[in-house]
Design a protein around this ligand. Structure first.
Ligand code: PEP
Length: 258
Protein backbone atom coordinates (compact mmCIF):
# COMPACT_ATOMS: atom_id res chain seq x y z
CA UNK A 1 0.00 0.00 0.00
CA UNK A 2 1.41 3.38 -0.99
CA UNK A 3 0.65 6.04 1.61
CA UNK A 4 -0.80 9.24 0.16
CA UNK A 5 1.48 12.23 0.58
CA UNK A 6 0.37 15.85 0.53
CA UNK A 7 3.42 18.10 0.49
CA UNK A 8 3.54 21.88 0.89
CA UNK A 9 6.26 23.76 -0.95
CA UNK A 10 6.37 27.21 0.63
CA UNK A 11 9.17 28.31 -1.72
CA UNK A 12 10.82 31.63 -0.74
CA UNK A 13 7.81 32.78 1.25
CA UNK A 14 7.19 33.33 4.96
CA UNK A 15 9.73 34.71 7.42
CA UNK A 16 10.18 32.67 10.60
CA UNK A 17 7.35 34.31 12.58
CA UNK A 18 4.98 33.97 9.61
CA UNK A 19 5.89 30.32 9.15
CA UNK A 20 5.24 29.71 12.86
CA UNK A 21 1.84 31.32 12.55
CA UNK A 22 0.95 29.16 9.55
CA UNK A 23 2.04 26.01 11.41
CA UNK A 24 -0.12 27.09 14.35
CA UNK A 25 -3.12 27.46 12.01
CA UNK A 26 -2.40 24.10 10.36
CA UNK A 27 -2.39 22.44 13.77
CA UNK A 28 -5.83 23.94 14.37
CA UNK A 29 -7.31 23.07 11.00
CA UNK A 30 -5.76 19.81 9.87
CA UNK A 31 -7.20 16.73 11.48
CA UNK A 32 -4.91 13.85 12.36
CA UNK A 33 -5.13 11.62 9.31
CA UNK A 34 -3.02 8.59 10.03
CA UNK A 35 -3.33 7.37 6.45
CA UNK A 36 -2.05 10.59 4.94
CA UNK A 37 1.50 11.83 5.20
CA UNK A 38 1.63 15.61 5.38
CA UNK A 39 4.97 17.20 4.57
CA UNK A 40 5.96 20.85 4.98
CA UNK A 41 8.85 22.36 3.04
CA UNK A 42 9.64 25.79 4.52
CA UNK A 43 12.75 27.84 3.74
CA UNK A 44 16.11 26.60 5.00
CA UNK A 45 16.09 29.29 7.68
CA UNK A 46 12.84 28.15 9.27
CA UNK A 47 13.44 24.38 9.26
CA UNK A 48 15.13 24.34 12.66
CA UNK A 49 12.58 26.44 14.59
CA UNK A 50 9.66 24.64 12.95
CA UNK A 51 11.15 21.27 13.86
CA UNK A 52 10.57 22.28 17.50
CA UNK A 53 7.03 23.48 16.86
CA UNK A 54 5.42 20.82 14.72
CA UNK A 55 3.45 17.89 16.02
CA UNK A 56 5.60 15.11 14.57
CA UNK A 57 2.68 12.69 14.51
CA UNK A 58 1.00 14.96 11.98
CA UNK A 59 3.71 16.68 10.00
CA UNK A 60 7.07 15.88 8.52
CA UNK A 61 9.62 18.35 7.24
CA UNK A 62 11.29 18.62 3.87
CA UNK A 63 14.11 20.84 2.66
CA UNK A 64 13.49 22.64 -0.63
CA UNK A 65 17.06 22.09 -1.79
CA UNK A 66 20.57 21.29 -0.58
CA UNK A 67 24.05 20.90 -2.07
CA UNK A 68 25.42 17.53 -3.11
CA UNK A 69 28.84 17.82 -1.43
CA UNK A 70 28.87 16.88 2.24
CA UNK A 71 31.11 19.79 3.32
CA UNK A 72 33.78 22.15 2.04
CA UNK A 73 34.40 25.54 0.47
CA UNK A 74 30.98 26.09 -1.08
CA UNK A 75 29.97 29.51 0.20
CA UNK A 76 26.28 29.93 0.77
CA UNK A 77 25.36 26.26 0.50
CA UNK A 78 23.91 23.82 3.02
CA UNK A 79 24.59 20.09 2.65
CA UNK A 80 22.31 17.08 3.00
CA UNK A 81 24.68 15.94 5.76
CA UNK A 82 23.75 19.05 7.76
CA UNK A 83 20.05 18.33 7.25
CA UNK A 84 20.33 14.72 8.37
CA UNK A 85 18.00 14.07 11.29
CA UNK A 86 16.25 17.41 10.77
CA UNK A 87 14.19 16.53 7.67
CA UNK A 88 12.63 13.35 6.33
CA UNK A 89 12.53 14.59 2.75
CA UNK A 90 14.20 16.99 0.35
CA UNK A 91 12.68 18.42 -2.82
CA UNK A 92 15.21 17.92 -5.61
CA UNK A 93 15.09 19.08 -9.21
CA UNK A 94 12.21 21.51 -8.83
CA UNK A 95 11.65 23.32 -12.14
CA UNK A 96 12.42 26.68 -10.51
CA UNK A 97 15.88 25.30 -9.66
CA UNK A 98 16.35 23.70 -13.07
CA UNK A 99 15.35 26.92 -14.85
CA UNK A 100 16.48 29.79 -12.59
CA UNK A 101 19.60 28.13 -11.17
CA UNK A 102 20.57 26.06 -14.22
CA UNK A 103 20.58 22.76 -12.36
CA UNK A 104 21.60 20.07 -14.83
CA UNK A 105 20.43 16.46 -15.03
CA UNK A 106 23.79 15.41 -13.59
CA UNK A 107 23.65 17.83 -10.67
CA UNK A 108 20.18 16.59 -9.82
CA UNK A 109 21.45 12.99 -9.99
CA UNK A 110 24.25 13.93 -7.56
CA UNK A 111 21.77 15.60 -5.20
CA UNK A 112 19.52 12.53 -5.23
CA UNK A 113 22.54 10.35 -4.36
CA UNK A 114 23.64 12.77 -1.60
CA UNK A 115 20.16 12.77 -0.06
CA UNK A 116 20.00 8.96 -0.03
CA UNK A 117 23.54 8.77 1.40
CA UNK A 118 22.34 10.98 4.26
CA UNK A 119 19.11 9.07 4.87
CA UNK A 120 16.87 11.78 3.45
CA UNK A 121 14.24 10.66 0.96
CA UNK A 122 14.25 12.72 -2.24
CA UNK A 123 11.07 14.20 -3.64
CA UNK A 124 12.34 14.26 -7.20
CA UNK A 125 10.50 16.74 -9.45
CA UNK A 126 10.25 16.01 -13.15
CA UNK A 127 8.20 17.55 -15.93
CA UNK A 128 8.26 19.07 -19.37
CA UNK A 129 8.17 22.74 -20.35
CA UNK A 130 5.42 24.16 -22.55
CA UNK A 131 7.80 24.23 -25.47
CA UNK A 132 8.67 20.55 -24.97
CA UNK A 133 5.02 19.64 -24.61
CA UNK A 134 4.11 21.45 -27.84
CA UNK A 135 6.96 19.61 -29.59
CA UNK A 136 5.54 16.30 -28.25
CA UNK A 137 8.71 15.62 -26.32
CA UNK A 138 7.09 14.94 -22.94
CA UNK A 139 8.00 11.23 -22.84
CA UNK A 140 11.58 11.83 -23.90
CA UNK A 141 12.01 14.55 -21.27
CA UNK A 142 10.53 12.38 -18.52
CA UNK A 143 12.66 9.45 -19.63
CA UNK A 144 15.86 11.54 -19.49
CA UNK A 145 15.01 13.16 -16.15
CA UNK A 146 13.96 9.94 -14.41
CA UNK A 147 16.74 7.76 -15.83
CA UNK A 148 19.54 10.20 -15.03
CA UNK A 149 18.31 11.13 -11.56
CA UNK A 150 17.98 7.51 -10.44
CA UNK A 151 21.10 6.14 -12.08
CA UNK A 152 23.55 4.59 -9.68
CA UNK A 153 20.93 3.79 -7.04
CA UNK A 154 20.00 0.28 -5.93
CA UNK A 155 16.40 -0.92 -6.27
CA UNK A 156 16.02 -0.61 -2.52
CA UNK A 157 17.17 3.02 -2.61
CA UNK A 158 14.88 3.84 -5.52
CA UNK A 159 11.85 2.60 -3.62
CA UNK A 160 12.49 5.37 -1.02
CA UNK A 161 12.32 8.07 -3.69
CA UNK A 162 9.09 9.99 -4.24
CA UNK A 163 8.67 11.33 -7.77
CA UNK A 164 6.58 14.45 -8.35
CA UNK A 165 5.32 14.95 -11.88
CA UNK A 166 5.12 18.71 -12.29
CA UNK A 167 4.59 19.91 -15.85
CA UNK A 168 6.38 23.26 -15.86
CA UNK A 169 3.52 25.02 -17.69
CA UNK A 170 1.11 24.01 -14.92
CA UNK A 171 3.16 25.49 -12.07
CA UNK A 172 1.85 28.86 -10.92
CA UNK A 173 5.29 30.46 -11.35
CA UNK A 174 5.36 29.58 -15.05
CA UNK A 175 1.78 30.25 -16.11
CA UNK A 176 -0.30 27.88 -14.01
CA UNK A 177 -2.36 26.27 -16.76
CA UNK A 178 -4.65 23.64 -15.30
CA UNK A 179 -3.54 20.22 -16.52
CA UNK A 180 -6.28 17.79 -17.53
CA UNK A 181 -6.35 14.72 -15.24
CA UNK A 182 -6.43 12.58 -18.40
CA UNK A 183 -3.07 13.96 -19.51
CA UNK A 184 -1.64 13.71 -16.01
CA UNK A 185 -2.74 10.05 -15.85
CA UNK A 186 -0.78 9.29 -18.99
CA UNK A 187 2.40 10.93 -17.67
CA UNK A 188 2.17 9.23 -14.26
CA UNK A 189 1.64 5.87 -15.92
CA UNK A 190 4.64 6.46 -18.14
CA UNK A 191 6.85 7.38 -15.15
CA UNK A 192 5.83 4.19 -13.34
CA UNK A 193 6.52 2.22 -16.51
CA UNK A 194 10.00 3.78 -16.75
CA UNK A 195 10.73 2.78 -13.14
CA UNK A 196 9.56 -0.77 -13.86
CA UNK A 197 11.83 -0.98 -16.90
CA UNK A 198 14.81 0.20 -14.84
CA UNK A 199 14.21 -1.45 -11.47
CA UNK A 200 11.48 -4.05 -11.91
CA UNK A 201 7.78 -4.23 -11.20
CA UNK A 202 8.08 -4.49 -7.41
CA UNK A 203 9.90 -1.17 -7.14
CA UNK A 204 7.49 0.42 -9.63
CA UNK A 205 4.55 -0.76 -7.50
CA UNK A 206 6.13 0.66 -4.35
CA UNK A 207 7.39 4.05 -5.49
CA UNK A 208 5.10 6.99 -4.82
CA UNK A 209 4.32 9.41 -7.61
CA UNK A 210 2.75 12.78 -6.83
CA UNK A 211 1.18 15.39 -9.06
CA UNK A 212 2.05 19.06 -8.76
CA UNK A 213 0.93 22.12 -10.70
CA UNK A 214 -1.57 24.67 -9.35
CA UNK A 215 -3.31 22.05 -7.22
CA UNK A 216 -5.98 23.54 -4.98
CA UNK A 217 -8.92 22.24 -2.98
CA UNK A 218 -11.14 22.28 -6.09
CA UNK A 219 -8.81 20.42 -8.44
CA UNK A 220 -7.09 18.02 -6.02
CA UNK A 221 -9.80 15.34 -6.22
CA UNK A 222 -9.46 14.97 -9.98
CA UNK A 223 -5.76 14.14 -9.69
CA UNK A 224 -5.93 12.07 -6.50
CA UNK A 225 -8.54 9.84 -8.15
CA UNK A 226 -6.00 8.66 -10.72
CA UNK A 227 -4.69 5.11 -10.21
CA UNK A 228 -1.05 6.14 -10.36
CA UNK A 229 -1.37 9.30 -8.28
CA UNK A 230 -0.17 8.93 -4.70
CA UNK A 231 -0.54 12.52 -3.61
CA UNK A 232 0.16 16.12 -4.44
CA UNK A 233 2.95 18.66 -4.22
CA UNK A 234 1.26 21.98 -3.56
CA UNK A 235 2.83 25.41 -3.99
CA UNK A 236 0.64 28.55 -3.83
CA UNK A 237 -2.36 26.89 -2.21
CA UNK A 238 -0.17 25.59 0.62
CA UNK A 239 0.36 29.15 1.86
CA UNK A 240 -3.34 29.38 2.68
CA UNK A 241 -4.27 27.19 5.62
CA UNK A 242 -7.93 26.88 4.55
CA UNK A 243 -6.94 25.61 1.12
CA UNK A 244 -4.18 23.32 2.33
CA UNK A 245 -6.32 21.82 5.09
CA UNK A 246 -9.12 21.29 2.55
CA UNK A 247 -6.71 19.48 0.21
CA UNK A 248 -5.69 17.13 3.03
CA UNK A 249 -9.38 16.49 3.77
CA UNK A 250 -10.00 15.59 0.11
CA UNK A 251 -7.02 13.22 0.22
CA UNK A 252 -8.28 11.61 3.42
CA UNK A 253 -11.80 11.11 2.04
CA UNK A 254 -10.46 9.64 -1.17
CA UNK A 255 -8.05 7.27 0.57
CA UNK A 256 -11.03 5.91 2.48
CA UNK A 257 -13.16 5.44 -0.62
CA UNK A 258 -10.45 3.39 -2.29
C1 PEP B 1 5.38 23.74 -7.00
O1 PEP B 1 6.07 24.74 -7.00
O2 PEP B 1 5.88 22.63 -6.74
C2 PEP B 1 3.97 23.90 -7.34
C3 PEP B 1 3.29 22.85 -7.66
O3 PEP B 1 3.51 25.18 -7.28
P1 PEP B 1 2.00 25.68 -7.56
O4 PEP B 1 1.09 24.73 -6.78
O5 PEP B 1 1.96 27.05 -7.03
O6 PEP B 1 1.78 25.57 -9.02
Amino acid sequence: MRKTMIAANWKMHLATHEASLLVHRLHQHIKTHRDIEIVLAPTMLTLQPLSLEIDRRRFRLAAQNAYFKDEGGFTGEVSFTMLRGLVHYAIIGHSERRIYFNESLEMIRDKVAAAIRNEIAPILCVGETKHERDARETRQVLHDQVTTALSGLTADEVSQVVIAYEPVWAISTFGGEIARPLDVAEALKFIRYEVSELYGQNVADEIRILYGGSVNEHTAGGYLALDDCDGALVGSASLNYHSFAAITDVAFRMSHQA
